[in-house]
Design a protein around this ligand. Structure first.
Ligand SMILES: Nc1ncnc2c1ncn2[C@@H]1O[C@H](COP(=O)(O)OP(=O)(O)OP(=O)(O)O)[C@@H](O)[C@H]1O
Ligand SMILES: *[C@@H]1O[C@H](CO)[C@@H](O)[C@H](O)[C@H]1NC(C)=O
Ligand SMILES: *[C@@H]1O[C@H](CO)[C@@H](O)[C@H](O)[C@H]1NC(C)=O
Length: 353
């Protein structure tokens, strides 16, 4: 009798426990899924909220590091008195860039090098002032009459050094498809920001080859991307029929968009007056190449590439009007990231879903 009831109980347990466990497992999977959605939504934010940064100050002010209060942009006087140049850390066509010190902060003083490029310099400064946001390097001050700009210092420098940075022992752990894809998403977010900026649709013209593109952006110590060089950002105004040209010289090569190349064949010599203008879709054409650089060759990057195949093919449409907007590319990138994270967190869900 006793033996029998014991037997029944065991049989019951043996059959029911796996069922209960299975139920619990299902509930857990569903809960995790929900949490992941919430987390990702929070983390990547909606497009409107993502551009406001709580550490930002009102126009004309800045805040550095852990400072509590916003300070006004430094004036010529303050820059001359309080900023000490330490060493040159970069030089482009327009500016020479010095690591400097201001009140025990590392800052960057950029100086015009070529007086013929005053206009570009001043345009860059105007843009830097107007576009201060979480996507743009922080402006700390400027002196127009001396052609100097003071910005925050980012020790990892421009994106040109990304490969080297990711191979340093300190950052090796960040050399994953996930980090690299997050950088690509950051980059597309910046293009989206420029294409729908407070000033209108701006085209990133300093972008005739990959190296040039990379040198316009900085890598922050927490591995985010900021746009730094805003010297060549012309405005497209579609309703007014205003298009742009990136410079007045002939552009060549596969990196620039087809509509940026001379359309009249080799027999006709290049003439800027005969060169048709174009719009911001040139930036979209370049996204797959820049993303490919970000993705690099680590475990998992080819799976990301596979998921981006269709959107990248759309970016490379010959007709600019057929290319997606930066917002559409961004939405697709974020969807792919969510999908891949979910798959990485719960291997096997691919078969279940
Ligand atoms: N805030 C910064 N922190 C660290 N490095 C910087 C910073 N600003 C600029 N640099 C370095 O200096 C280089 C040149 O800066 P920048 O692009 O502003 O000069 P430029 O003369 O306008 O260049 P271009 O030839 O592209 O017009 C950058 O590519 C970067 O390596
Ligand atoms: C675009 O052009 C229209 C018509 O000229 C003008 O009203 C509008 O302000 C312009 N937009 C921008 C962003 O300059
Ligand atoms: C970065 O590294 C990848 C290989 O991982 C290489 O294909 C690419 O050319 C490198 N880019 C630069 C700018 O050094």
């Amino acid at each position: 009798m006793e033996k029998k009831s014991h037997f029944i109980k065991r049989e019951f347990l043996q059959r029911e426990v796996p069922l209960v466990l299975l139920g619990l497992l299902l509930v857990t999977v569903l809960l995790l899924n929900g949490l992941l959605y919430l987390y990702l939504n929070n983390f990547y934010g909606s497009s409107g909220r993502a551009d406001t940064d709580p550490s930002l100050c009102p126009f004309g002010y800045f805040k550095l590091g852990t400072a509590k209060n916003c300070s006004p942009w430094l004036s010529c006087e303050a820059i001359n008195k309080e900023v000490r140049k330490l060493k040159c850390v970069g030089e482009g066509a327009v500016k020479k860039v010095f690591l400097s010190e201001w009140k025990e902060n590392k800052v960057v003083l950029s100086q015009l090098t070529n007086s013929e490029l005053q206009e570009d310099f001043l345009h860059g400064l105007k843009m830097l002032k107007a576009l201060q946001s979480k996507h743009v390097v922080r402006l700390l001050g400027y002196c127009e009459k001396q052609f100097t700009i003071l910005t925050e210092y980012h020790p990892l420098g421009s994106l040109r050094g990304l490969n080297e940075t990711l191979h340093m022992p300190k950052y090796k752990g960040l050399n994953t498809w996930h980090r690299r894809f997050t950088l690509a998403i950051d980059y597309v977010s910046i293009i989206r920001f420029l294409h729908s900026s407070p000033l209108g649709t701006l085209v990133m013209c300093d972008s005739n080859d990959l190296d040039k593109v990379l040198s316009q952006y900085l890598l922050t110590s927490d591995f985010r991307i900021l746009v730094n060089d805003l010297d060549a950002l012309p405005l497209v105004n579609r309703s007014a029929g205003v298009l742009v040209k990136c410079g007045h010289r002939e552009l060549q090569g596969e990196f620039v968009a087809p509509e940026q190349r001379w359309p009249h064949g080799e027999e006709v010599p290049f003439d800027d007056d005969l060169m048709p203008p174009y719009d911001e879709k040139t930036d979209i054409w370049k996204i797959p190449d820049v993303s490919n650089f970000f993705l690099g060759h680590v475990e998992g990057s080819d799976i990301v590439r596979l998921h981006l195949f269709d959107i990248h093919a759309a970016c490379k449409k010959k007709d600019p009007a057929e290319r997606p907007s930066a917002q559409e590319v961004l939405d697709t990138y974020r969807k792919v990231l969510t999908l891949l994270i979910r798959e990485a967190a719960m291997p096997g869900t691919r078969e279940m879903l």
